[in-house]
Ligand binder design. Structure first.
Ligand code: FAD
Ligand code: NAP
Ligand code: SF4
Length: 693
């Protein structure tokens, strides 16, 4: 097997070089990583999946890996989840493989047995030990059951081959079944699949061997190897290397990198994780094996991908969510238009959070993802002259999609820059990726010829005079203010005073409201520096041991470490700032945050000793501070400032005047409904209106 690198005249010559696998050649070094998107189980979902994957193949990605498909019922992720254990199942997949091949792409099916992570009562594992993140205690597989499971994997691969797939990926990481057998954390068996390293590795090795025997030489087998388990009782480095070598000998074509079990208490893909945070471990493995290695996690731009490959950390990069955000990622890089890529900001809000809620996945920044056959932007026959008031996420999405369709679009904002509230989000330490969305929209404004009018507060008469056919009101929200006695006290600030106007904040602070913004403001107040650009500090902060001296690569103390403190300034400093984060509800503070990221925010603030109180009622503000009741107890929080993050109200001042002038108005985003508003909803509303106007 030889690897050919070709010189390509773009800045991404490593990323765009073909990869020769001997019996087949991948057109570049970019793999679209496996994502279960929820269409797998939806009625009519396979046609939608075909369109979803075909769009990515058309966009030039070298190899696609599907979401996980179980080889048998016990391996289901959830009841009736995708499974391939018959020719009938395989036949349904043909529409996917044909659509991808028609676009010149290649696609592998991931075979995923979820083991004890299976969210159903039929789940099985190496031993009968429940996982901390699922309610169902697994049954321990009998020895015969393990041999049957290996056969099921191999048979599943053969069915995938008959369905037209170019290969399979055997999922051996993230804490799923094969990982559960391999690690002492979850394997307490005393048969030939437990105890010694050789025995614990047997399931993985036999699965690859039998799969190769079943599918022949000319079929891709990727093995996803857990290189960093990031849990106690995970594999030590020597064992990971042993398995990698054995997997190579067993006939795998490529090894992909797996980082962290799902139950690990270390963030691995959230937005606060530095870009390419884990490629060093793939680089270390490159010294041990000779088959091509794929690296992964938080690679989201061609520049980062190119850098990782140029440094020799891997032979290929895997990106999953970036292909939800932009199907044309590779094609744009090939055209040297990386500034036109809609970048994944790693928020998880529309992808992973949806997957965990058993909803169809999509993407916050690209609402068309997984809706390729439903949300369509057709070129218009007759262009209209349209005004958009407000260049926040809702207005920007509408304006750029409507202009893409051919309408003449004018967008107005009273501010000096586009972005609305995203301009405050991007300042929060660990949320720097939010800049990328604004960079993308700025570029789309140019590309689609949207007329941008900044520093322009418009009224209804101006819009009427300009002769707009229709007006889109995307004026957003205003922060809710307090009504308690003392709400006008100089100690009281709104989150806009802090994040937009950068008013000074004292050393002792009470934050009223523990929604997303209350958490972000607290983070802003206590974090001395963002760690997203300082990988080594970030690894130490989360207890990851780059030296891999203990199993699982965790430092002995797994709790996150505070960032090294800077010398205390005379003025208010985030270091040791005393912050109270308050809510009226009696539920756990932060319960409403994102399903897959809320724990990171809670851990981060707890680590900074932010005091989170629930069941609070607010009495008054005076020179002494904030007076509250917590249950029956009266307390005065002796604070310098009270920052109000108590939700928002719609800003729709233009609605009545426009109606009086008989101008058709559409209202989107926060202006339409402030309750539970987020950028995901704002952008989708803008896109949906643009598709039909
Ligand atoms: P806005 O963003 O409020 O934009 C409205 C725009 O209209 C503004 O630019 C305003 O200047 C302009 N405008 C208003 N009236 C006029 C007028 N008369 N003339 C001209 N211009 C006018 N959401 C998430 O999904 N995920 C997050 O992680 C997240 N983090 C956040 C963190 C912070 C600190 C904040 C403040 C918000 C965060 N949000 C987040 C919320 C998200 O930013 C909002 O839901 C989103 O911006 C709402 O979009 P919008 O377009 O409806 O309104
Ligand atoms: P929010 O999530 O609705 O939170 C508002 C908070 O204010 C709640 O904790 C509420 O809790 C409290 N509150 C409501 N009315 C109040 C009143 N009259 N007096 C005192 N407290 C009151 O809204 P947000 O924090 O403003 O966020 C806005 C949107 O941005 C949200 O939809 C959020 O999803 C999104 N966002 C998301 C993220 C993210 O990381 N995903 C980050 C930031 C923002 P009690 O009623 O219990 O007091
Ligand atoms: Fe990335 Fe957020 Fe889109 Fe998921 S929803 S793909 S994390 S931008």
């Amino acid at each position: 097997m030889s690897e050919t690198k070709q010189t390509v005249t773009t800045p991404y010559s490593n990323m765009l070089a073909p990869l020769d696998l001997g019996f087949t050649t991948l057109k570049n070094r970019v793999l679209m990583g496996s994502m279960h998107v929820g269409l797998e189980e939806e009625k009519g979902g396979f046609e939608k999946l075909a369109a979803f994957y075909a769009a990515r193949a058309k966009g030039g990605v070298g190899l696609i890996v599907t979401g996980g498909i179980s080889p048998n019922i016990a391996g289901w992720v959830a009841p009736f989840a995708g499974r391939m254990s018959s020719l009938r199942h395989a036949k349904k997949h043909k529409v996917i493989t044909q659509a991808v091949h028609a676009e010149g792409g290649k696609i592998c099916m991931q075979i995923l047995h979820s083991g004890r992570y299976g969210y159903h009562p039929l789940n099985v594992s190496a031993s009968a030990v429940k996982s901390p993140i699922t309610p169902f205690k697994p049954k321990s597989l009998s020895t015969r059951g393990v041999y049957n499971t290996i056969k099921d994997y191999a048979q599943c691969a053969a069915y995938a081959q008959s369905a037209g797939y170019d290969g399979v990926e055997i999922m051996g990481s993230e804490g799923y079944l094969i990982n559960q057998f391999f690690c002492e954390r979850t394997n307490f068996r005393d048969d030939e699949f437990g105890g010694s390293l050789e025995n614990r590795a047997r399931l993985a090795i036999e699965t690859v061997k039998q799969t190769r025997a079943e599918v022949g030489a000319n079929f891709i087998i990727i093995y996803r190897l857990s290189m960093l388990d990031l849990v106690e009782g995970g594999a030590p480095w020597e064992e990971v290397v042993y398995l990698a070598k054995a997997i190579e000998a067993a006939g795998a074509t490529l090894i992909n990198t797996g980082i962290g079990w799902h139950e690990a208490r270390v963030p691995t893909i959230a937005t606060s994780v530095p870009r390419a945070a884990f490629t060093w471990i793939t680089q270390r493995m490159k010294e041990q094996v000779s088959l091509p290695l794929i690296t992964t996690n938080r690679i989201n731009t061609p520049e980062v991908a190119e850098d990782v490959l140029a440094k020799g950390h891997a032979d290929m990069v895997s990106m999953a969510r970036p292909f939800l955000a932009d199907p044309d990622f590779v094609a744009k890089a090939m055209r040297n238009e990386s500034d036109q890529i809609n970048t994944c900001i790693a928020c998880n809000q529309a992808c992973l959070d949806h997957a965990f809620e058993q909803k169809r996945a999509s993407c916050l920044v690209n609402p068309q993802a997984c809706y390729e056959t439903e949300l369509i932007f057709k070129t218009v026959g007759q262009a209209k002259k349209l005004a958009v008031v407000g260049a926040g996420p809702a207005g920007l999405a509408f304006a750029t999609y409507a202009a893409q369709r051919g309408h003449e679009v004018h967008i107005y904002d009273q501010a000096s820059e586009i972005g609305g509230q995203f301009n405050y989000a991007k300042q929060v330490p660990g949320k720097e990726e939010f800049y990328e969305t604004l960079r993308y929209y700025a570029r789309m404004i140019d590309v689609h010829g949207v007329h941008l009018h900044l520093n322009t507060r418009v009224d209804a008469q101006v819009l009427a005079n300009e002769g707009f056919a229709e007006v889109v009101m995307a004026t957003g929200i205003k922060p809710r203010t307090l009504t308690i006695p003392g709400h006008n006290h100089p100690k009281v600030l709104s989150y806009l005073d802090v994040l937009r106007d950068h008013q000074p904040v004292g050393q002792k602070v009470a934050v009223i409201g523990a929604g997303g913004i209350g958490f972000d403001v607290s983070e802003y107040l206590v974090e001395t520096q963002s760690l997203t650009t300082d990988l080594d500090k970030w690894l130490v902060h989360w207890g990851i041991d780059k030296a891999f001296s203990a199993p699982g690569a965790l430092m002995p103390k797994t709790a996150p470490q505070p960032v090294a403190t800077q010398p205390q300034a005379a003025t208010a400093s985030p270091v040791n700032r005393e912050v109270y984060l308050l809510q009226r509800k009696t539920t756990k503070v932060g319960k409403g945050l994102g399903k897959t990221t809320g724990w990171i925010h809670r851990t981060s603030l707890a680590n900074h000793n932010v005091k989170m109180l629930n069941g609070v009622s607010y009495e008054k503000v005076d020179d002494a501070g904030l007076h509250i009741m917590v249950g029956d107890e009266y307390k005065v929080l002796d604070v310098d400032n009270i920052i109000v993050c108590a939700g928002q109200e719609s800003l729709r001042e233009l609605e009545q005047p426009l109606a009086q002038l008989d101008i058709p108005v559409h209202i989107i985003g926060g202006a339409y409904e402030a309750g539970e508003l987020d950028a995901k909803r704002a952008i989708r509303q803008g896109a949906e209106l643009a598709a039909k106007i």
